[in-house]
Design a protein around this ligand. Sequence first.
Ligand SMILES: NC(=O)c1ccc[n+]([C@@H]2O[C@H](COP(=O)([O-])OP(=O)(O)OC[C@H]3O[C@@H](n4cnc5c(N)ncnc54)[C@H](OP(=O)(O)O)[C@@H]3O)[C@@H](O)[C@H]2O)c1
Length: 305
Amino acid sequence: MDALPIRSEPRALGPTPLRAFPIAYGCWRFAGTSVREAREKVEGALALGIDLFDHADIYGGDGAAEELFGRVLAEAPSLRARMLLATKGGIVRGVPYDSGAAHLAAACEASLERLRTDVVDLYQIHRPDLLAHPQELAGTLDRLRRAGKIREVGVSNFTRTQFDALQRHLPFPIATHQPELSPWCLDPLRDGVLDQCMERDVTPLAWSPLAGGRLGLAPEAAVREPEGSRLAALLTCLDGLAAREGVSRAAVALAWTLAHPSRPIVLLGTQRMERVRESLAALRVRLSRRDWYAVMQASQGGPLP
Ligand SMILES: NC(=O)c1ccc[n+]([C@@H]2O[C@H](COP(=O)([O-])OP(=O)(O)OC[C@H]3O[C@@H](n4cnc5c(N)ncnc54)[C@H](OP(=O)(O)O)[C@@H]3O)[C@@H](O)[C@H]2O)c1
C-alpha cells in the first residue's frame, strides 16, 4: 500500500522563517486550572515537541486563557524561547466583530500584557469584520509588525475573496489561514480555502480537528447528535482504520487532516496530557489514497462521483 506522506518535520508557516511541529496546542479550553497544572501542560506539550500554542483574546472569557498562560511564562520565562505564540483579535462580545485600527491596536497590546511577552509570533484576525476596509486592516497589521509587536500575520474563518482583499493591501504575505477542518468538517476542501493555501503558500491551521469532541464520541452517543447516522458511519470508518493501524480513532482523524497536500497543522483541543501524547501517533498512521477517500465519503454520506 502506498501511504500518503505525513511528515513529522516542522512545517513552515507560509513563506516566513517560522516553523512549527505539525501538531499544535489549542488554548481555547486552557483556562480554569491552577498555574501549576497549566505549567505542567505547557511543559508536557513542549517535551513532546509541540511548540505552537494557539490563543485568542476571548478564550476562557475576557482573556482568561492568555492570562493563565502569561502566569506560566512569568514563573518560567525560559519557556518562551522554546515556543511560537499565536493569538487572535477582532471578536468583541456583544458587537460581535471589530477589526478597526483603534480596537485591534488596543487588543494586541492587551494580549501582549496578558501573555507577558514583548512580541506575538503570529497575530490572527479571528473572524472577518465586514465593516473594516481591508486597506485599513492591512495598515493596522503593518504598523503592529513594524513596531515589533507581532512577527507574522494570519487570518481565521475568512473567505477566499476576503483573504485576497487583505493580501492585496499588505506589504508582506499572510502566513496562515485558520479554518475549521476535520474528517467531519470538509468545508475548506470544497470552498477553495485549501486550494488557495496551496496556490499562495499559506499554511492552514485546522481548528477543531476532532469536530469539537464529536469524533471522540461512542457510536451509541453519536447517533443522538444532529446528523447522527452520518456521524456514526464516519466513526465506524475511522474505527476500522484505527484498529488496522493500532492507534486511537483520534490519531486516525488527525492523520487524515495532516495528510492533505496543503500540509495543515492541527490545533489539538484536548487539555488531557494522555490524549495529547496519544495524538502523536497520528504521525505514524499509514493512510492510502483509498483510505483517505473512504473517510471523506463516509463523512459526506455518499460516494464521490
Ligand atoms: N479560529 C476559530 O474560530 C477557532 C474556533 C474553535 C477552535 N479554535 C482553535 O482550535 C483548537 C481546538 O479546538 P477544539 O477544542 O474544538 O478541538 P477538538 O480537538 O476538535 O475538540 C476537543 C474536545 O474534544 C474532546 N475529546 C473527546 N474525545 C477526545 C479524544 N479521544 N481525544 C481528544 N479530545 C477528545 C476534548 O475533551 P478533553 O479535553 O476532555 O480531552 C475536548 O473537549 C482551540 O483550542 C483553538 O485553538 C479556533
